[in-house]
Design a protein around this ligand. Sequence first.
Ligand SMILES: Cc1cc2nc3c(=O)[nH]c(=O)nc-3n(C[C@H](O)[C@H](O)[C@H](O)COP(=O)(O)O)c2cc1C
Length: 195
Amino acid sequence: MTSLDLLLSRFSTDALAEPAPAGAVLESILSTAMRAPDHGKLRPWRYAIVQGDARRALAERVVASMKRLDPEVPQAKVEKRQSRFSTMPMTIVLGMHLRPEHKIPLLEQELAVGAAAMNILNALHATGFGGVWVSGDVAYDPELAAELGFPAPHRLAGFLFVGTPQAGAIGPKRRPVDDYVAQWTGAPVRFGADA
Ligand SMILES: Cc1cc2nc3c(=O)[nH]c(=O)nc-3n(C[C@H](O)[C@H](O)[C@H](O)COP(=O)(O)O)c2cc1C
C-alpha cells in the first residue's frame, strides 16, 4: 500500500479491541505529532496516556464532570460514557498548552493541536491500529481539564480512543472531494457542498 493509499483508507472507529500500541511503536506514533505544522514552534500539544486500572479512574472523573455540567443528565448516557472510558484499550487525553498572551493567535495554537492529533490518527492506521477522536461537553469542562493536569488557560481538545480495530470495522461512506473544491478566478468562490 502506498502512503497515499494509507491516507485515503483511514477511518475512525470505536470498535476497538486489545492490543493498543506500546513501546517503540507507540513512541513512533506519538512522534508524528512533532511533525505537525506549528506557527511559532509553540508545540502546544500534550498527551496523557490512560491505560489499565487508570481507565476506571478516568471514567469516574468523566462521570463526575457530566453530573456537574448537567445534574439532570440521563443515567443511560452516564453509563454509556462510563463504559466507553473504562473499557477502551487506551485513551489519549488531548491536552492543549495554550498561551493566550502570545502573538500567535489562539486559533492557530488550537489548529496545531488538531493537526498533530490528525498525524497520530494516520500513524495509528499506518501501523495497524485505529482510533477515534471524541469530545462531548466534558471536554470543555475546565474542572475536568484541571483534574487531568491542564489547568486554565490550558484546555482539552478531546480524547483519542485507541486500540486495534475489530474485524469488519468500517468508517462512514465518503463523498467525492469535488464539491469541496473550487477555482478562485476573481469572484467569490461557491461550492457544490453548499448548493
Ligand atoms: C474535535 C473533534 C471532536 C469529535 N467528537 C466526537 C464525539 O464526541 N463523538 C463522535 O461520535 N464523534 C466525534 N468526532 C468525530 C469522529 O472523531 C470521526 O471523525 C467521525 O466519526 C467520522 O469518522 P472519520 O474520521 O472516519 O471520518 C469528533 C471529531 C473531532 C475533530
